[in-house]
Structures are given as structure tokens and as C-alpha cells.
Write a protein that binds this ligand. Structure first.
Ligand code: ATP
Length: 478
């Protein structure tokens, strides 16, 4: 795949609707000739918007889209060698199958002979030869889907865009069509760009997966890369099942998390904060010893394996196994070093540029950052190694508009349903379970994000207040 040439390139593409905030944020991406690429992400993350810009149905607000090295950013859809199969197939109900598939060719005044041949080839490819005279209304959902694909490939585009094209099909039909689409991709040899929010579908079908969240690319890689080496906690949580724990590197090839120190294969600096990711199928149940001991909370059969939840001290583990374990029983768990995937903790979390502006009569320093204007004790201000009352620190504090970075630990903040009681308020836009607590991201009206650890389960979309105590703010003078 690596030797293929770049067919489509997105360069620093941004998109906003009506001048509002960007729904696509600085996306750069290369798609190779003949690749099966899937744009994967939760609802509203911007997958369809990216696809529509590639198809020419929307224009980027900033950035460029290249095809074969030429700028096609402003080219209308019908002048691009790109066709789209939409979620709703948009077939013409009053035309028969032949006329639906031949529609674009007729518009281009392709000869009758040539059209006959191309329609026949396209119908053969989607396994519906002989259906030419059937009316659209007599076709099943799966057959209509195939006709929509036949119509999109009949003029042999360089690229086929598929927008959630299988989502209207029932589970079994969907599975069948996944395999058929893969086969069609092989036969046609053209580039497929597929949009889905279904991670299993993406893993099954793609050469390359582009994971998107909140208008930004999180990771680009093969299905194996994305599954085995997730780049961040979002990807680890979104793709497959994961146990995620906050931890720290406690020595060379040693990581401490879930109350235990484990050998690992990632050689990261001692003392740096990490997130450790362990897939439930990678945890071994052993007869005795074991790095972790725990009580089985539940064990449910899932067809080919059991899903078990185990309470190990304060931490909960999801374990997939082939034997049944009675809830309430004690078991021992081991995790092989190479089954532990270490992700350096995202140091940009809860870090905000701000300013400090002198000391008031009560001896408190005024700090402005993100949505906040707070008064904090002098000992929260750090200038290099120095803190608080040091003469030179006071000098810096007294200067107007001194630039600082403010940060606080997610564990120091709390959520409240009395939004007005918070230091800021906003909606929970995402959350992950991290071993013994949830990690919530709250977005304020001014689009600042605040990450908060909380043991309770809140819902995505909840409108909450975030309480951030003054003594949890660390203010570093730049
Ligand atoms: P889904 O899986 O639900 O289709 P998606 O990942 O494809 O979601 P998009 O449809 O690309 O997401 O939408 C991304 C964001 O852009 C959403 O917040 C959506 O509301 C917004 N958006 C999309 N089209 C428009 C538009 N024409 N005008 C205003 N906002 C829009």
C-alpha cells in the first residue's frame, strides 16, 4: 500500500458553517490510489462534512483539496471523477433499474451500445445481472443499495464515496454487503472512501482507518495499528473494548497502575504520567499468584466467549474468557508485558493560557484564563523553581498582564448538577471510564474544554457546573 501514489490530499482543511466555530479543524490527510479508506467517528464528528468536501458538495472554509496533485477545492461535483453513494440511495422510483444505472451516461450522451455494455458490467459487478427491467419499488433494501452502487460506478470514477451506505440494511444483510463491497473494491481497483460510525465495520473493511473526533483527526492507520496501538485514550475507548487506567512510569520498563506495578515493553521516562490500555481479551486468568486478585462481579455469555467484570480493589476490570466464573468467586489475573499499551498522558489537558494582574488588599492574585477571572493565593504562582513570597516572584506578580499558563488536575475538580454553582458551566461532550472513575470533558459556551474526574455516572449532553477550587490552580509564569 505504501508504494501507491497519493490520489487525494487534504491540506489544512477547515470548515465552518455560517461563520460559526469550525466543525472541521485543520484536517490534513493523504488517500492513496486504490485504497479502501474509512472515516470513522461518533455522530456529529464531521465525517460527512469531510466526505462532502471531497465530493465537491461543500467547500472548505480554509485549506485545499488536491486530486492527482491538481487543486480541485472549488471544482463542482460533476467535474470531479468522483461519485457518491448516499445513505438514502436517491434512486429514481419512476425509472427501472436500467434507466437508473444509465442515467448519468445518458446525460453525458454516451452511445446506446456503450451504455448497454457499461450498465451490463455494472449490474454484473453488483450481482444483479438480468434486473434491467425491474422497477425500483420491487427491490429489497439490499438490492436498491446495489443499484445505487452500480449507478455510481457505471462511468468508472477514480473515487467512490460511500456515506453510511450500509446503515439502512438489517444486521445480516449489512454483514453480507460489507464483504461484497470489499470484493467490488478489489475487482474495480478504484479508491473507496467510506464513512461509518460503526467501528466493527471499519475494522472489517478498510485498508486505512481515519479516526475522527470533534472535527479533528485522532489517528490514521491500518485496522491493526488502530486496534493494537491506539494513539490516545479516545481511540482506545472508541475502537473495541478497553480497560484504561491512569498511572505513572515507576522505573525502566515498569508502569504502575491499578494499584500494582507491571513490567511493560514501552520504554518511557521514569515518573511521567501515563494512561495504560489493556484489551479485555489480553488478560489471563491464572490458578494462583497473579498480579491482580479480584472478585467476579458478573460473567455473561456472548456467543463465543464470556464477558466478565472483576473488582480488583477499587478498580474494575473487564475480562473476556472462554470459561464461566461464578459471580462472587475470587480469581487471579495476569497481564503480559506486551499486552500493556502505554500512552503518555496528554499534558495539554486543563492547561490554559492566561494573565495575572497584581495583588489585591487581601493579598490575593488576580488571574484570568479561559472563561475565568479568579483570585488565588500567592503560593499558587510559580516562577521557575520559585513560588509565592519570594521577592522576585512578587516582582513578577506585580507587573500588569504577566503571561501565565494555568492548569489543574482533573481529580481536583468536581461536577455539580446545579450548573450555576460551578465556576464554569457547560455540556458533557464525552467521557471515558478509567478503572475506578469516569473522565468527563465539559465544553463551555465559549468552547473551552475542561476535563474532570468523577466517580458518578453522568450522561453525555448533561448541562453541569464545574467546581475548580482556587487551591487546585497551578499558575506558571512564562
Ligand atoms: P453523523 O454520523 O451523525 O452523520 P458526522 O460525523 O457525519 O455525523 P457531520 O454531518 O459532518 O457529522 O456534522 C458535523 C457537524 O457539522 C455537526 O455538528 C453538524 O451539526 C454540523 N453541520 C453539518 N452540516 C451543517 C450545515 N449545513 N449547517 C450547519 N451545521 C452543519
Amino acid at each position: 500500500m505504501e508504494n501507491r501514489k497519493t490520489l487525494i490530499e487534504l491540506k489544512n482543511v477547515r470548515k465552518s458553517f455560517d461563520g460559526k466555530t469550525n466543525v472541521i479543524e485543520d484536517v490534513s490527510l493523504k488517500i492513496m490510489e486504490g485504497e479502501f479508506v474509512t472515516l470513522l467517528g461518533p455522530s456529529g464528528c464531521g465525517k460527512t462534512t469531510i466526505l462532502r468536501m471531497i465530493g465537491g458538495f461543500d467547500k472548505p472554509t480554509e485549506g485545499e483539496i488536491l486530486l492527482d496533485g491538481s487543486d480541485i477545492t472549488l471544482l463542482p461535483p460533476n467535474e470531479r471523477p468522483i461519485n457518491t453513494v448516499f445513505q438514502k440511495y436517491a434512486l429514481f422510483p419512476h425509472l427501472n433499474v436500467y434507466d437508473n444505472v444509465a442515467f448519468g451516461l445518458k446525460m453525458r450522451k454516451v452511445s446506446k451500445e456503450e451504455t448497454d455494455k457499461l450498465v451490463k458490467d455494472a449490474l454484473e459487478l453488483v450481482d444483479l445481472e438480468g434486473f434491467e427491467k425491474r422497477s425500483i419499488a420491487t427491490l429489497s433494501g439490499g438490492q436498491q443499495q446495489r443499484i445505487a452502487i452500480a449507478r455510481a460506478i457505471v462511468n468508472r470514477p477514480k473515487v467512490l464515496l460511500l456515506d453510511e451506505s450500509l446503515s439502512a440494511l438489517d444486521y445480516k444483510m449489512r454483514k453480507e454487503m460489507q464483504l461484497e463491497l470489499k470484493q467490488m473494491h478489489k475487482t474495480l481497483g478504484i479508491t473507496f472512501i467510506f464513512v461509518t460510525h460503526d467501528q466493527e465495520e471499519a475494522l472489517t473493511m478498510s485498508d486505512k482507518i481515519v479516526v475522527i473526533a470533534d472535527g479533528e483527526i485522532q489517528q490514521v492507520g491500518t485496522p491493526e495499528d488502530i486496534y493494537n496501538e491506539p494513539a490516545n485514550v479516545f481511540v482506545a475507548d472508541f475502537i473495541g473494548e478497553s480497560n484504561i487506567f491512569n498511572g505513572v512510569m515507576s522505573g525502566k520498563l515498569k508502569a504502575s497502575f491499578a494499584g500494582t506495578t507491571f513490567d511493560c515493553v514501552d520504554d518511557l521516562e521514569k515518573d511521567i504520567k501515563i494512561d495504560a490500555v489493556i484489551r479485555p481479551e489480553d488478560i489471563d486468568i491464572v490458578k494462583e499468584g497473579g498480579q491482580l486478585k479480584g472478585e467476579v462481579l458478573s460473567c455473561d455469555f456472548k456467543g463465543t466467549f464470556y464477558i466478565m467484570f472483576v473488582q480488583c480493589g477499587q478498580y474494575e476490570m473487564e475480562v473476556h474468557c472462554f470459561d464461566y466464573y461464578e459471580p462472587g468467586s475470587e480469581i487471579c489475573l495476569n497481564i503480559d508485558p506486551d499486552m500493556i499499551h502505554i500512552i503518555p498522558y496528554d499534558t495539554s489537558i486543563n492547561h490554559y493560557p492566561g494573565t495575572i494582574n497584581g495583588i489585591n488588599d487581601a493579598g490575593l492574585v488576580r488571574v484570568k484564563f479561559a472563561d475565568m477571572d479568579r483570585r488565588v493565593a500567592r503560593d499558587r504562582i510559580h516562577v521557575g523553581e520559585r513560588t509565592g513570597d519570594d521577592e522576585s516572584v512578587l516582582d513578577v506578580i506585580n507587573k500588569p498582564d504577566t503571561k501565565v499558563i494555568v492548569n489543574f488536575e482533573p481529580s481536583a475538580a468536581t461536577l455539580t448538577d446545579d450548573a450555576k454553582a460551578g465556576d464554569i458551566c457547560g455540556n458533557i461532550i464525552s467521557f471515558h471510564y478509567i478503572g475506578d472513575h469516569y473522565s468527563y470533558t465539559v465544553r463551555s459556551e465559549s468552547e473551552e474544554d475542561y476535563v474532570v474526574d468523577d466517580a458518578d455516572l453522568w450522561n453525555q449532553g448533561d448541562y453541569v457546573g464545574v467546581v475548580i477550587p482556587e487551591d487546585s490552580l497551578n499558575i506558571t509564569v512564562l
